[in-house]
Design a protein around this ligand. Sequence first.
Ligand code: AMP
Length: 187
Amino acid sequence: MRVLLLAPPGAGKGTQGERLAAHFGITHISSGDLLRAELTDRSPLGEKVRHYLAAGDLVPDGVMEQLLMGPARAAGAAGGYVLDGFPRTVHQAEQAYLIASDEGIELQAVLFLAVPDDVLVQRLLARRRGNDDTEATIRRRLEVYHAETEPLVEHYRTRGLLREVNGDQPVERVTEACLAALAGVGV
Ligand code: AMP
C-alpha cells in the first residue's frame, strides 16, 4: 500500500499517518518530522532549513527530494508507505512521480483530510510546538497551504487517485473513514 495524506496544517495528518501505517504494517514517512529531526541534530541541512520552518514557508524542493527519496525507496521496497507532508506542491508531485513511477513505487491513493480553516486555527493555536508556531507562523502556514498545496487536490482528482475524508471529527472516526476510503486499494 502506497498512500499520501494530503491535508492542511493542523488537520491531523501526523496522527492519522501513524495510525494508518500501524494498521497496514507499513512505514510512516513524515516530511515535517524528518525536517524537525535535522533541526534537533543541528545538522548542516537542519541549519539550512531552520528559517523556512520558523517562518512557515516551504523548504526548497531540492532539499526535500534529498531528504525524502531514500526513505520512500526503502519503504516502497518493504511493503509500502504512508507519506505525510510530501509532495506539498504540484512541482514536487510531478518530480516525485517521475522518479517513483520509474521504480514502480508511485502513489496508489491520496487521502484528502478536509477541515475548515477556523477549526485549524483553533487547533494550531491550542497546540503550539515551540518557537516555530507563533500565531503569525500559523497564519503563514495556512496561506502557503492554500496557495501551494491545495492545487494538489485537483491534480490528484484528475488522476483518479483522490479520496476525500471528513477530517473534522474525533481521531478514531477519521481513521475509520480513511480505512473505508482505502478499501479496494492494492496491498
Ligand atoms: P508539517 O509537519 O508537515 O506541517 O511540516 C512542517 C514544516 O516543514 C512546513 O511548514 C514546511 O516549512 C516544512 N515542510 C514539510 N514538508 C515540506 C515539503 N514537502 N516541502 C517543503 N517544505 C516542507
